[in-house]
Design a protein around this ligand. Structure first.
Ligand code: FAD
Length: 284
């Protein structure tokens, strides 16, 4: 799985299955149910820590129709596997505003919905009109309105459930293309200046606690540069852990727990992980 994650970490999946249509997806879910196989959904692997020993059962990737998009006036209908950053750039270039905040979020639309991905004051909740999910237990397809999705800061009511996001409908607005292009350029430049984009990572390791920034607390607790094996608290941005080459999931978890404990003992704030850990969660 390592090559399929931006951390470049993780052992093999027992079965990696790419599905291209809703019919294929429902067919695979039937087999998964029949044999009682564990199931994981993988997007772009940019917010996930996969165990070193690998993943039992099926890892499902949404491709083809389930990763496509169509644009109908100011409405954009995207498959759960659609690349969010690419979509944000495409629609912004067409003069549709609202999704430009996502121009540098290297994930998929489906994962972004579940976690209410956001940046620079924008987040999915502001532009989502509707979503379609499939429940793997019985293959039920359900359409959800924003109030049913229940968005919060880097969370939604879907987080921690088995729902597979197969489609998201965005409600955008007409906007000036040049202004959107300038805004996106600024966001990308700011990222290049502040984030360790040259080394494998999974974005922010911890969520920001209310009224503060995880990166500020981690830096103030003196954790910048801390290292376990080849996992290191980035020198550039303290809320990123980078893989210096051969980091394991165990290295990352050990380091993240040390950081969490250091921040808690210094500031009394218990940081919550933003990265999704497959397998037993040591942060509970
Ligand atoms: C350099 C960098 C910068 C980042 N910047 C930001 C940022 O500014 N803002 C932000 O919010 N995030 C950011 N992230 C984190 C990440 O890109 C987002 O959380 C993104 O939404 C994850 O999408 P993904 O497809 O890569 O998910 P994955 O890592 O593949 O999966 C994450 C979780 O979502 C589940 N999942 C995946 N697809 C689906 C689906 N279709 N239905 C249901 N569950 C699904 C998976 O099972 C997994 O548990 C950044 C990451 C990196 C590496």
């Amino acid at each position: 799985m390592a090559p399929r994650t931006t951390f470049r970490i993780g052992g093999p999946a027992e079965f990696l299955v790419e599905v291209h249509t809703m019919a294929e997806l429902l067919g695979v879910l039937e087999v998964v149910g029949k044999y009682g196989l564990p199931l994981h959904i993988l997007g772009n692997g940019s917010n996930v820590l996969v165990p070193d020993e690998g993943v039992p059962g099926v890892v499902l990737v949404l491709e083809g129709d389930l990763a496509d998009r169509r644009i109908e006036g100011t409405r954009v209908v995207a498959g759960g596997g659609c690349n969010l950053a690419r979509l944000a750039v495409e629609v912004s270039r067409m003069g549709l505003g609202g999704l430009h905040f996502a121009c540098a979020i290297p994930g998929t639309v489906g994962a972004g919905l579940v976690i209410n991905a956001g940046a620079h004051g924008g987040e999915m909740s502001q532009v989502v009109a509707e979503a379609e999910v499939v429940w793997p237990e019985d293959g039920r397809v359900q359409r959800l309105r924003p109030e049913e999705i229940g968005f919060g800061y880097r969370t939604s009511r879907l987080l921690g459930t088995s729902a597979i996001v197969t489609e998201v409908v965005f409600d955008l607005y007409p906007a000036d293309r040049d202004e959107l292009a300038a805004r996106m350029k600024e966001l990308l430049e700011r990222r290049r200046a502040t984030q360790p984009l040259g080394l494998p990572n999974a974005g922010s390791i911890f969520k920001n606690p209310p009224g503060d920034y995880a990166g500020r607390l981690i830096e103030a607790a003196g954790c910048k540069g801390w290292r376990v094996g080849d996992a290191q608290v980035s020198e550039k941005h303290a809320n990123f852990i980078v893989n210096l080459g051969r980091a394991t999931a165990r290295d990352v978890i050990t380091l993240a727990l040390k950081v969490r404990d250091a921040v808690e003992s210094r500031f009394g704030v218990r940081l919550e992980p933003e990265v999704r850990i497959w397998g037993p969660n040591p942060f509970r």
